[in-house]
Design a protein around this ligand. Structure first.
Ligand code: MEV
Length: 448
């Protein structure tokens, strides 16, 4: 291992190299036999555009394309959407599309934003007594507010801004450890930059306040800021999506089960995910297959959305399914409640041309409308996964795409694809099996 590191060398100033030099270094040290052309292969047609992609991050050596698909026929709150989805996972877009179409004739999706509050935290050590907080907070709040008016003005004009501050004591960390928990509205932007800028300005003002406030006793002036950053836990930035339909209309053609049996099995599947963590994690992963794909397509932060969703799923102290199913008066109800901190202005939504395209496809929604669309897509995805799981099993659908991917990797021609797909209908698909079949086909041998 030490030998390998020595051979590959180390480097100072990698970030100062231009892209060509970075590639050269990689080719020389790590990629014998490979060429510049492999890096250039996926470059944007125009240099300007490639520059835009390169500038999103540091040390870029290439762009990494992912499929941008569209799931049409999504009826959400009475509006028909073609939902843009970016995902590498086979069957996800097909499943969302098929679920959207299923619900199109059953009233579509209803979605409502429950709340849109975001949070930020400023942690500090302070020598004062915790009981003094109530008396000091109004003055502190006014000082923080005044010191950041220049930053918050424009956001306030757009309906956002700081909505309130709670001063918490964290004695389990340290008897002198405190937190300002700040509630924000960020309008149509995701708001991370805004929140962090405000919090850092708060940190500076907090120190000024501790040094200058006449409300403080001398012994209370000792204050040390630890850190200031938004919280990705957004339990008050939440959207709910739902579908419902009389059980008698819940037929699943080709599944071999009748509507009542399907609904019974479906409800059990959701109940299992509510009860059992192992299943809940997989169940919620299926929901995130849909949500993440919309989040990525629209240039939003999927890591933030993921961590918030899973914290929310564990809010009762036990990790549970994010969706719920109930039967009332012979009507099937299926709903998803999930925190989604999304933006439709600012950040990558403006800079990435494909995020811009995705938002155009959606008719330039505001953040709340995008929350509804993403939640409905998550619910659709969850419905599609459970529908397969409790009827035919998941592999039937997956295997079709899996087979196509294997055929692509083996450079199969269209006639070879058709013949191989025909052969594997109803048979188990494996890379080895497909290769063997294709070899025989190409040798002109007997196949079938
Ligand atoms: C696969 O990406 C997602 C599923 O496992 C979700 C689920 O099991 O509900 C099919």
């Amino acid at each position: 291992m030490a030998e390998k590191i020595q051979n590959n060398g180390r480097i100072n100033g990698f970030s100062k190299l231009d892209k060509r030099q970075r590639r050269e270094w990689l080719l020389e040290k790590f990629l014998p036999g490979r060429t510049h052309a492999e890096f250039r292969h996926f470059e944007a047609a125009s240099e300007d555009l490639q520059q835009v992609f390169d500038n999103f991050s540091e040390n870029t050596v290439a762009s990494f394309p992912l499929p941008f698909g569209v799931a049409p026929n999504f009826l959400i709150n009475g509006t028909a959407y073609a939902v843009p989805m970016v995902t590498e996972e086979s069957s996800v877009v097909a499943a969302a599309s098929s679920s959207a179409k299923y619900w199109l004739t059953r009233g579509g999706f209803r979605a409502e934003v429950v709340a849109t509050e975001k949070l930020g935290q400023l942690h500090f050590r302070w020598a004062g007594h915790p009981d003094r907080r109530a008396a000091l907070l109004p003055e502190l709040e006014a000082r923080l507010h005044g010191a950041t008016a220049g930053i918050t003005d424009r956001m306030e004009a757009r309906g956002g801004g700081v909505r309130g501050i709670t001063w918490k004591h964290l004695p389990n960390v340290d008897p002198q450890c405190y937190q300002l928990l700040v509630r924000f509205g960020t309008g149509d932007s995701m708001g991370a930059n805004f929140i962090n800028t405000v919090l850092e300005a708060y940190a500076t003002e907090l120190e000024v306040w501790s040094a200058t406030s006449t409300a403080l006793h001398e012994a209370e002036r000792e204050l040390e800021v630890i850190m200031a950053i938004l919280s990705n836990h957004t339990p008050n930035c939440v959207v709910r999506a739902a579908v419902s339909c009389p059980i008698e209309a819940m037929n699943i053609p080709g599944s071999g089960v009748d509507a009542a049996d399907f609904v019974r099995r479906f409800r059990l599947a959701v109940a299992i995910a509510h009860e059992d963590t192992h299943r809940a994690v997989t169940h919620n992963k299926g929901i995130m297959n849909g949500i993440d794909a919309v989040v990525l397509a629209t240039g939003n932060d999927f890591r933030a959305v993921e961590s918030a969703a899973h914290a929310f799923a564990a809010e009762t102290g036990r990790y549970r399914s994010l969706s719920r199913c109930r039967i009332e008066d012979e009507v099937f109800h299926f709903e998803l409640t999930v925190p989604l901190s999304l933006g439709t202005v600012g950040g990558l939504t403006r800079l990435h041309p494909l995020a811009d395209l995705a938002l155009d496809i959606l008719g330039r929604p505001g953040a709340e409308e995008l929350m509804c669309i993403a939640a409905a897509t998550g619910l659709a995805q969850n419905f599609a996964a459970l529908r397969s799981l409790v009827t035919t099993g998941i592999q039937q659908g997956h295997m079709k795409m899996h087979l196509q991917n294997i055929l692509s990797s083996l450079q199969a021609s269209p006639p070879e694809r058709r013949q191989t797909a025909e052969f594997f209908r109803g048979r188990t698909v494996s890379h080895h099996g497909v290769r063997q079949y294709l070899d025989r086909l190409r040798e002109g041998g007997v196949v079938g």
